[in-house]
Design a protein around this ligand. Structure first.
Ligand code: CS2
Length: 502
């Protein structure tokens, strides 16, 4: 089978959308750090819409911060790849719509050539540097949001200005080079699932820049912009089966297609240092303040996703659609949103929360995505603060019940056991895995009681000021006991009957 690339793209079946513009005329306006599946199915798709409308300034240089695999797959394809949008037809049969995306012009692998990445950030045409480096990529303390100057990658980068390896180090040295060349300031845009992601990025960049040069830090602070943004599209990891199925449908081999649901949302704070693409053409919304949208999305989508993932993974429900098909889990997730999360959300003009909730349940039921619960379960230490703990803090402060929120947290703690209810062992994929699994084994793994639950909640990088919270401890004890003794399904049924409340 021939490979998908600029020469073969003209042979695609008519039903496959593809670039109709001249890719050779495309300039590079965006440098993106962390060119994984999510970015390729979300921001790149919206950028493609702006380019297709005739604005050829916005080609993307994609940077991988660790592995060469994306570059290895896409370089041979001239940067082209397929976005497969998957859902079910009226009969419930899975279907997909294919779109070959042309926005990615160039791919770099930072460890191979860090200077090339700094050069790209400093280039005259670059207006925006965007990031999807996942929560842990900010090298910050998840509980407080502050950059950790003792993080090994940050320590390394402060000592190696020409070969930085963290996103933060790369950004600061890239900006330093840009200013040295007299180029105008740019926009730095986080697309990660962190609350106030633009502010988290700004504070990390400035903290690092202050260590490098105070004048540089001041210029960045006053001239660059760091808009916050809420991003939403479910993008499961591509499997070999997906590669084969997409290639078959294209009639050309695509080494790394990406998959996504039809749903797309992106609310961007409209604060840019210079030009930007008209991402509204691809479904984005420019808003004065993205933070209320982020809170809505992180608590409703990611909060319930993580709860569902830990419960589902422990019960042996391998994918989100299989998990949400369990009536007791579905009833719990619906009530969790309606009764515990929604009352903590700020009002947003025009937002119908009940419709948002029902639409989310339908998204979870999408049978064509096969989104693995273990995939969502990874990096819990980095995800829980913004997904679950903010809602919990708000409810605890107002003296409201937290049983359903606490069940998600209990399920995460239970997940640290490393073996599901069918006896299947799995790896805890988390930067804090070693400490957390040891902590679990010394505490909850021995017995569930006040002391062992308190020992877990004392883990400061995740729980911060929740350590010693008596109400939360009391809520967790019966839930953890139930998960350990009767399992996920029976615990869900009990919670749905109004039992197990502290
Ligand atoms: C998921 C998210 O993997 C995860 O942790 O919760 O990637 C989720 O699919 C997206 O944020 C949806 O927009």
């Amino acid at each position: 089978m021939n490979r998908l690339n600029d020469a073969t793209v003209t042979t695609l079946p008519a039903a496959v959308a593809r670039p109709a513009y001249d890719r050779r005329a495309l300039k590079t306006g965006i440098v993106h750090l962390g060119i994984g599946a999510f970015m390729r199915a979300h921001m790149a798709a919206a950028t493609e819409a702006a380019i297709a409308a005739g604005d050829l300034r916005w080609g993307i240089t994609g940077v991988s911060l660790r592995q060469p695999d994306t570059r290895d797959a896409l370089a041979a394809q001239d940067g082209l790849y397929t976005l497969a949008i998957r859902d079910a037809d009226d009969q419930g049969q899975p279907r997909q719509r294919l779109h070959v995306i042309g926005a990615v012009r160039k791919l770099l692998v930072a460890p191979e050539n860090p200077q090339a990445v700094l050069d790209a950030i400093a280039a005259a045409d670059t207006r925006i540097v965007s990031l999807t480096v996942t929560e842990k990529g900010y090298c910050h303390d998840p509980a407080t949001g502050t950059l950790r100057l003792d993080h090994p990658d940050i320590v390394f980068d402060l000592a190696h200005p020409h070969a930085p390896r963290s996103a933060i180090g790369i950004l600061v040295y890239g900006l330093q080079q840009r200013y040295a060349l007299g180029k105008p300031p740019i926009t730095l845009m986080s697309l990660d699932n962190l609350p106030a992601n633009g502010r988290v990025l700004r504070s990390a960049v400035l903290r690092f820049a202050e260590q490098v040069n105070l004048d540089l830090a001041k210029r960045i602070a006053s001239e660059c912009r760091f808009p916050c943004s809420m991003v939403d599209r479910i993008v499961p990891k591509t499997t070999d089966g997906d590669r084969a199925a997409v290639s078959q449908a294209l009639g050309l081999a695509d080494a790394w297609p990406v998959l996504g649901e039809p749903f797309f949302d992106w609310a961007i704070g409209d604060q840019f240092a210079a030009d930007r693409p008209d991402w509204a053409l691809g479904g984005a919304r420019f808003v004065p303040d993205a933070e209320p949208f982020e809170r809505l999305k992180l608590r409703m989508v990611n909060g319930t996703h993580s709860s569902l993932a830990y419960l589902g993974a422990m019960a042996g429900w391998q994918t989100v659609d299989k998990a949400i098909a369990q009536p007791a889990l579905r009833a719990h997730i619906e009530a969790l949103m309606r009764d515990e999360i929604e009352p903590t959300l700020p009002a947003l003009p025009g937002l119908d929360l009940a419709a948002y909730r029902n639409n989310l349940l339908a998204r979870y039921a999408n049978p064509a995505l096969a989104h693995r619960t273990h995939q969502i379960a990874m990096d819990g230490s980095q995800k829980l603060p913004q997904r679950l703990l903010g809602t919990l803090r708000d409810r605890l402060a107002r003296g409201l019940s937290v049983t359903r929120m606490a069940l998600g947290l209990a399920a995460w703690m239970h997940y640290l056991r490393g073996v599901d209810e069918l006896g299947q062992a799995y790896r805890i994929d988390d930067p804090h895995a070693t400490t957390l699994t040891a902590l679990y084994q010394q505490s909850l793994g021995q017995d569930v009681n006040k002391q062992s639950v308190e020992a877990m909640l004392a883990y400061a990088p995740v729980f911060g000021d929740l350590a010693g919270n008596g109400t939360l401890t009391a809520a967790l004890i019966p839930l953890l006991q139930s998960l350990q003794t009767v399992g996920v399904a029976a615990t869900l049924e009990a919670v749905n009957r109004g039992e197990l409340a502290a």
